[in-house]
Design a protein around this ligand. Sequence first.
Ligand code: SAM
Length: 264
Amino acid sequence: MGELIFIGLGLYDEKDVTVRGLEEARSCDTLFAELYTSNVLGSSLEELSSNYGREVRGLSREEVESGGAVLEAARKGKVGFLVGGDPMAATTHVDLRLRAHREGIRTKVIAGVSSITAAASSLGLQVYKFGRTTTIPFREEGYEPLSPYEVVVDNLAAGLHSLALLDIKEDRYMTASEGLEYLLDCEQRLSRGAVLPSTLACVAARLGSPDFLARADRVEVLLREEFGSPLHVLVLPGRLHFKEIESLAAFAGLPEDLAKELQT
Ligand SMILES: C[S@@+](CC[C@H](N)C(=O)[O-])C[C@H]1O[C@@H](n2cnc3c(N)ncnc32)[C@H](O)[C@@H]1O
């Protein structure tokens, strides 16, 4: 029997994998990459392949969900399954792991640097103070769920921050502005007062990259700004500790008047 190792690639390019992940990947017989739940946009499949000294084969969602090629290779040899960020954070890859496990294939997870903690730490927000994470989806005919907004409403009621991951569809990456517009639209439909033009929101763009950007301001101000190339993520803050307010002012351009208002 072989082995299936889920390896987190981290946030941005081939340099973000841990040393352990790199060593494991280099010792695998076969390497697959799943780049549709997240992506390391600073690296191509070719760059990943040259980093590990063997070809990395990109898999479609259908190929991962069927599990066929991955499980077949893992029955015979050591297989690395590469995923952006942490391989199990905001993905459904536990399903593939369980299927391999049920077949008697050994499995292992090499954790990766995740956008989920990096968003909080880069903005200076405390992970203890986050409630449920949500994902804002691209709208489709007959599919415009209110649940991302409802998560923000519930988190706010408990005084907690909300992390909103943004949808990826093929080569389309939702921008922070599209995410904010989605939430404003939900506000119009539900009127719970959770995401208004005057509400404070934070944007973290390209976490882990050399041109990382963090911004904190009112939604109406952020909507007039450009945050550049993907990936983007949003945070809708709940009750802020004064150190968090100071951090947003220091590291995310929170304007002084808004910082003062939040301190009182
Ligand atoms: C489905 S989640 C997968 C998270 C991933 N497994 C992880 O641990 O980071 C993908 C979303 O996370 C956010 N994200 C991931 N990497 C990011 C980065 N480097 N900068 C900003 N946002 C990022 C984006 O909103 C992206 O659409």
